[in-house]
Design a protein around this ligand. Structure first.
Ligand SMILES: NC(=O)c1ccc[n+]([C@@H]2O[C@H](COP(=O)([O-])OP(=O)(O)OC[C@H]3O[C@@H](n4cnc5c(N)ncnc54)[C@H](OP(=O)(O)O)[C@@H]3O)[C@@H](O)[C@H]2O)c1
Length: 252
């Protein structure tokens, strides 16, 4: 029997990024017709810039769903505002926005902007879904990879719940193919590990055995992290563990 191909046209912003490229791959594997937005030219890419608005109207035209994975640390809300306006003009596609667990608990500038963006989307009048996820494996590895070169490795006294972008992409694909869900349940990695355990894993994967020293960092942002504001212990739906990710990326 031929599998049924669902004929939905989906735009993925940030489809060239870490998460977005996994979302594009997953959607295409599910038989979806996907359009990728990028500022740079490339195969199967629609060019547009959410900062200037150039090309956004035509990128959004005719799509039923927009999965918004594009991000800019300094202009997160401005990018989304441009997208929301274009989407309204285009007849109101389902907007799926990727956010971060704890954006309303950890007082970091980028998190505040993501929370503000969630509110912008929720009040836009567009059908929407907001998916918060915990930190990606790649980010956690990058944070620790530099420190692991030192003879003694200082790490913050806190935990992470790293998740693989392929697992997040699986969830986003299901959401993009479903009805607008508003704020979806959080999505987290399979394990919660201390920064010490994570640094040991990064060290072991690169053949470096180091003494790891957990430190308490002053300030309210660190306190919010130390209190687990960025964790989703009741949502461990991610399947790929941090150590499995490191094994796969040993050459990097
Ligand atoms: N990293 C984490 O641990 C984590 C955890 C939870 C949630 N998230 C969220 O997941 C989402 C994706 O993160 P990521 O780490 O995969 O991002 P990323 O790899 O840094 O990719 C960023 C993407 O944004 C696009 N972009 C940036 N500025 C743009 C603009 N002005 N116009 C159009 N596109 C623009 C880039 O496309 P071009 O360069 O091709 O134009 C690129 O594809 C973000 O919303 C992030 O907050 C991340």
């Amino acid at each position: 029997m031929t599998p049924e191909v669902v004929d939905v046209r989906i735009l993925v912003t940030g489809g060239t990024g870490q998460l977005g490229s996994a979302v594009v791959a997953r959607l295409r594997a599910a038989g979806e017709e996907v359009r990728v937005l990028s500022r740079k030219p490339g195969p199967e890419v629609v060019r547009g810039d959410l900062r200037t608005g150039r090309g956004i109207d035509s990128a959004v035209a005719g799509v039923d769903v927009v999965v918004h994975c594009a991000t800019d640390f300094r202009r997160e809300t401005a990018l989304a505002r441009t997208l929301v306006e274009a989407a309204r003009w285009a007849g109101g596609p389902h907007l799926v926005y990727v956010s971060i667990v704890g954006v309303d608990r950890v007082p970091l500038g980028y998190y505040r902007a993501k929370h503000e963006t969630e509110e912008l989307i929720a009040s836009s009048g567009l059908p929407y879904t907001i998916q918060r996820a915990t930190q990606f494996h790649g980010l956690v590895r990058t944070l620790l990879a530099g420190a692991i070169r030192l003879p003694v490795v200082p790490v913050p006294r806190m935990s992470f719940q790293p998740v693989d972008v392929r697992d997040v992409a699986r969830r986003l694909t299901a959401l993009a193919q479903g009805d607008p869900a508003g704020r979806a349940p959080d999505f987290g990695g399979p394990e919660i590990l201390t920064a010490t355990e994570l640094a040991q894993a990064v060290g072991a994967a690169s053949g470096r055995v180091r003494r790891i020293v957990p430190l308490t960092v002053p300030g309210e942002t660190f306190r919010a992290y130390a209190d687990g504001g960025h964790l989703a212990p009741e949502h461990r739906e991610g399947e790929i563990t941090f150590r499995e990710y490191l094994t796969e990326h040993a050459h990097m």
